[in-house]
Design a protein around this ligand. Structure first.
Ligand code: AMP
Ligand code: MG
Length: 328
C-alpha cells in the first residue's frame, strides 16, 4: 500500500510518499521564507498554493510511483495556521477526488510521534516535540496521545526566531542562533520558567533583549539562551518520564535538529538507563512523509472520511484525536 501525504500547517509545504513498511519513497518540500520579520499566514498560504503542483510532481517522480499506484491521500488537518492548512487540504481533496482514492485526516503533532516511533523501532516512546509553533511533551495512554507538558505562551522555535529577528537577523533564527551559541563562553542568567511540566518563554525573550541592550554580544547571548531554554525542555521531559514505566524518548520538530538540545536530552535519558532517538533532519522538520505514514496507520484503522467532512482544524490539540492503531 502506498500513501501520499500533504503537509502545510505553517511555513513548509511538503508532499511525501511511504509504503507499508514506512519506507520513505519520496519527499518534496518548499519552505516559505518571509522577506522580513515573521511568518504572515496568508502570504505563506499563497506560497503553498503556488508550489504544491510542482511538489506533487517531484514527490511522485522521486518515488517512481504513478498516481494509479497510490492507495490513499492523507493531509495535515491541524493544528496550524488556517490559510496554510486550507491550501494543503484543498490539494489533498482534489487529488483524492481525481484519483478516486480515500482521504485521511492526520493530526500534525501525532505525525511527529509516529514517524519517530517507526524509525526508532521503540514501541512506546515519549516525544519531546520542539518546533516553531509547538512545544509539547507527548505520550500515549488509553486510546490517544496525551500532552503531559507544554508551553504556556509561545513555541520554542517562535521564541528563537523572534529573538533573532529582533537582534537584526532573518528567519529562521534557530539554526543561526545555534551557530552563534557555539562561539559563546559566558553564561548570563535568564528567567528559567518551568511550571510543573509546562514552560514559558516570553519572559526570557524580554530579558534576552535587555541583555543585548546592555551590550552582551550575540555569541554569549545565544549561548545563554540555548543553555537556559534547552535545560527547561530537558527538565520537563525528565519530570514527565518519571511518571512513566519506560524510559524511551524520541525528538521531533525543527528545534530538535539542534545538537545541544539533542545532547542534553540524550545525557538525561541515558542517565536514567533509557534510550533516545532523533529522526534525520528531513524527517524531524515538517514533512509530507510523516503525514503519509500516520495516514497509513489511520487508514488501516478505518480513519478515512468523505471529502464533504474534510474540514481543517487549526486548533486541533494532540489529545483531541483518537489513535485507534495503537490499541488500548
Ligand atoms: P518546524 O516548525 O518543526 O518546521 O521547525 C521550524 C523551527 O525550527 C524554526 O523556528 C527554526 O528556527 C527552528 N530550528 C531549525 N533548526 C534549528 C536548530 N538547529 N536549532 C534550533 N532551532 C532550529
Ligand atoms: Mg511540526
Amino acid at each position: 500500500m502506498v500513501v501520499l501525504g500533504i503537509e502545510s500547517t505553517a511555513h513548509t509545504a511538503s508532499v511525501g510518499l511511504v509504503d507499508d513498511t514506512a519506507k520513505v519513497l519520496g519527499v518534496a518540500s518548499d519552505m516559505y521564507r518571509p522577506p522580513a520579520g515573521g511568518i504572515h499566514p496568508r502570504e505563506a498560504a499563497n506560497h503553498h498554493v503556488e508550489v504544491f503542483p510542482r511538489l506533487v510532481e517531484q514527490a511522485l517522480a522521486a518515488a517512481k510511483v504513478a498516481p494509479k499506484e497510490i492507495d490513499a491521500v492523507a493531509f495535515s488537518q491541524g493544528p496550524g495556521l488556517g490559510p496554510c492548512l486550507r491550501a494543503g487540504a484543498t490539494v489533498a481533496r482534489m487529488l483524492a477526488l481525481s484519483w478516486d482514492r480515500p482521504l485521511v485526516p492526520v493530526n500534525h503533532c501525532v505525525a511527529h510521534v509516529e514517524i519517530a516511533r517507526v524509525l526508532s523501532g521503540l514501541d512506546d516512546p515519549m516525544l519531546l516535540y520542539a518546533s516553531g509553533g509547538n512545544t509539547q511533551v507527548i505520550a500515549y495512554a488509553r486510546g490517544r496521545y496525551r500532552v503531559l507538558g507544554e508551553t504556556l505562551d509561545i513555541g520554542i522555535g517562535n521564541f528563537l526566531d523572534k529573538l533573532w529577528i529582533e537582534l537584526g537577523g532573518t528567519f529562521p533564527g534557530g539554526p543561526q542562533l545555534e551557530a552563534e551559541a557555539k562561539r559563546g563562553t559566558e553564561l548570563h542568567p535568564l528567567p528559567y520558567s518551568v511550571h510543573g511540566m509546562d514552560v514559558a518563554f516570553s519572559g526570557m525573550l524580554t530579558a534576552a533583549l535587555a541583555l543585548s541592550g546592555k551590550g552582551i554580544g550575540r555569541p554569549d547571548l545565544a549561548y545563554s539562551v540555548e543553555v537556559t531554554a534547552y535545560s527547561m525542555l530537558t527538565e520537563i521531559t525528565e519530570r514527565a518520564l518519571a511518571h512513566r514505566r519506560g524510559s524511551a524518548v524520541v525528538l521531533g520538530g525543527g528545534v530538535a535538529c539542534n545538537e545541544r538540545l539533542r545532547g542534553m536530552v540524550r545525557e538525561m535519558v541515558e542517565g536514567r538507563g533509557g534510550t533516545t532517538f532523533a529522526p534525520p533532519r528531513a524527517l524531524c522538520v515538517d514533512n509530507g512523509a510523516m503525514i503519509a505514514w500516520t495516514g497509513h496507520l489511520a487508514y488501516e484503522a478505518g480513519g478515512s472520511i468523505p471529502v464533504e467532512e474534510s474540514v481543517i482544524a487549526p486548533r486541533q490539540r494532540t489529545d483531541l484525536v483518537a489513535a485507534p492503531w495503537r490499541g488500548s
